[in-house]
Design a protein around this ligand. Sequence first.
Ligand code: PBG
Length: 329
Amino acid sequence: MTSYLIQQRPRRNRISASIRGLMQENDLHARDLIYPMFVIDGEKKEEPIISMPGISRYSKDLLLEKAREAHLLGIPAIALFPALANEFKDRYATESTNSNGLLQQTVRLLKEELPSLTVITDIAMDPYSSDGHDGLVKNGEILNDETLEILARMAIAQAEAGADIVAPSDMMDGRVAAIRAALDDHGYENVGILSYTAKYASAFYGPFRDALDSAPKSGDKKTYQMDPANVREAIREVLLDEEEGADMVMVKPGMPYLDVVRQVREVAHVPVAVYQVSGEYAMIKAASQNGWLDQERCMMESLLAFKRAGADMILTYFAVEAAKVMQNA
Ligand code: PBG
């Protein structure tokens, strides 16, 4: 035995489950979770996404039932993405502004059947674009201001269908201001904007692009999505988005960018969301399916880490599974 005195014993605060409960600094609730969902045309259709085990594209009737199940588990919101056949895609993402398009029909159905479920719709051209880019492509360039006009029309079509919150994920400059002005002009001042503020040019979006078949046909997204090396730039985007009228800001991806979540939390005056993206989900799923990780514990630990980093809400494909765990806790 050593003879020196141990004056501080942090382990006293970990001595039992009840003491650990008292000491717990951060907590995860079902009400923090947003469930991203993929919709396809047709009826009674389910197409599993191979690179995202447990996640499928559903026709809107089945999606409604899955959304109902999520909402009954205490999940307050879903984020909706349409997977369109190629014949509906063109350079201008024309289908995105069709008031009777797949996404708009689905939003109407959800708001009719589940009025208390918050429906968040994505604003970007990629699911509707034959180029697979978030903006309008001309001679290999992504045109910023021309894209804003399309995004503004997309926002109005989504609000008109009943979207509660629109979420621009395109990273064009000035989009929040353009969308806010368009919404207000059309009487949608109560429709919120969740801005994908610090969205990085990440390799972790791979499975999502499989899900929507939306990978860029040429080039990459580096002239609009952020460089993974940067964090000051994220702060600049936060300040701009707040000034332009964002109601919430987002950091995406999540786990590799927890430092960004923390720094954004320090400067933002609006709530902060984080997106645990498709590749993060796929990693935990694949390792668990191999028996290399304990899925439930890794899932819950990763979600709690977002809360610790400072996120108020989390978009995650684990939403339903995590809510079930919390219900049984
Ligand atoms: C499209 C969009 C993407 C994601 C959400 N909205 C993909 C991309 O930018 O290429 C990714 C989500 C995920 O990987 O789970 N604007």
